[in-house]
Ligand binder design. Structure first.
Ligand SMILES: [Zn+2]
Ligand SMILES: [Zn+2]
Length: 376
């Protein structure tokens, strides 16, 4: 095992350096030796680890005292006491979060006992759109009651926040004890700061020291084409603010599609019920059918039966994750007159008298059989 450099020497500070001098020295060195700042330099990671270890010990009064007394023999917690014990290099951000007060709640770097900051909760809202908007997309402004970081104290909860002197900002305290087996180091959450690593001198009145406020946030929501009633859009990061150092939750926008008087949705297809008179059904005609973006003409063949279904390709809903559109299915309702004049009654009687055995040929298929033909 190679001889370890003295921690004070590593940080380039004197043996009686103050807490802030140690912090300042580490901050400066950590920036220039961070592996991210030295790509390809094999030694950078080693130097950075050395620096970090030195800082971890010297920035904690108890650990520093033990080091002063026992030097490198003091056993330290496995993996340097970092949660997860994995790669200590979370990127530059971690260093800044630790040092620049505002976001010091992130304990990912030095904390032993602190739990990771919690991500914000998800927010929810609902938008009501028309069938046409569901088909072709829309943009909506939604107002969402959202928990934000307090703008007065930046989510910290107060002013003149300083690093906890008891734990040196780590949120946990190490205790070195003598036992029969040698020295034992234990780590517990710091009681002076409640594991937060910082002390608030003047509480923020705006948020009652919680660092959080609730406000209505207005936001543009882009609704993609093809959405359906009951779907939810997820807007990443649009939810409530997280604890300092953790990301916000997501915003879920529930889609409510209002009913259309003419067009009923059936998945990718649309259904339109069309009423034609029994005369038109018998003689045939052309009628205008409403579509999502206008109307289209359809031909009613002579002899069209009640319940007949016509299929208009490509006039349905746009497909959500595929190309193209569904179909528009037109169901024919044949209207039978309910009020006849004497003259009309006479005409129908004459029509009936002239009808033969083959007048109603080929009308045997039932309503349901014909439906099955279209809705396979
Ligand atoms: Zn506040
Ligand atoms: Zn503390």
């Amino acid at each position: 095992m190679p001889t370890k450099r003295d921690y004070y020497e590593t940080l380039g500070v004197s043996r009686n350096a103050s807490e802030s001098e140690i912090k300042k020295a580490y901050r400066k060195l950590a920036r220039s030796h961070h592996p991210d700042a030295n790509p390809g330099d094999e030694g950078a990671e080693e130097r950075f680890k050395e620096l970090t270890e030195a800082y971890e010990v010297l920035s904690e009064p108890e650990a520093r005292r033990a080091y002063d007394t026992y030097g490198h023999q003091v056993p330290r917690g496995g993996g340097g006491g970092r949660p997860g014990g994995g790669d200590p290099f979370g990127g530059f951000e971690d260093i800044f979060e630790v040092f620049f007060g505002e976001r010091s709640g992130n304990g990912s770097f030095f904390s032993g006992g602190r739990a990771a900051p919690r991500r914000g909760g998800d927010a929810e809202t609902e938008v009501e759109i028309s069938l046409q908007e569901a088909a072709f997309g829309a943009e909506r402004e939604v107002n969402v009651q959202t928990i934000k970081n307090c703008p007065v104290c930046d989510g910290v909860g107060g002013r003149e926040v300083h690093t906890c002197g008891t734990c040196g900002g780590a949120g946990a305290v190490r205790t070195v004890r003598q036992s029969l087996l040698g020295q034992m180091v234990s780590e517990e959450p710091c009681s002076a700061c409640g594991g937060r690593g910082r002390i608030i001198d003047v509480g923020c009145e705006n948020c009652r020291e919680s660092g959080r406020v609730s406000e209505v946030v207005s936001r543009e929501v882009k609704i993609p084409e093809g959405v359906d009633d009951g779907m939810s859009l997820r807007i990443s990061g649009g939810g409530h603010a997280g604890e300092p150092g953790a990301g916000p939750g997501d915003l879920y926008v529930r889609i409510k599609v209002t009913e259309d008087p003419e067009l009923m949705r059936d998945g990718e297809d649309l259904i339109h019920r069309m009423r034609v008179s029994f005369v038109d059904a018998a003689l045939g005609t052309e009628v205008a059918v409403p579509t999502l973006d206008g109307t289209t003409e359809v031909k009613i063949e002579p002899g069209t039966q009640p319940g007949a279904a016509l299929n208009i390709r490509g006039e349905g809903m746009p497909r959500l994750r595929r190309r193209g559109r569904g179909d528009l299915k037109v169901l024919v309702d044949v209207m039978v007159p309910t009020r006849l004049t004497a003259e009309q009654r006479e005409l129908l009687k004459r029509f009936e008298e002239s009808s033969g055995d083959d007048t109603y040929n080929g009308t045997g298929a039932s309503f349901f059989e014909r439906l099955r033909g279209v809705f396979r």
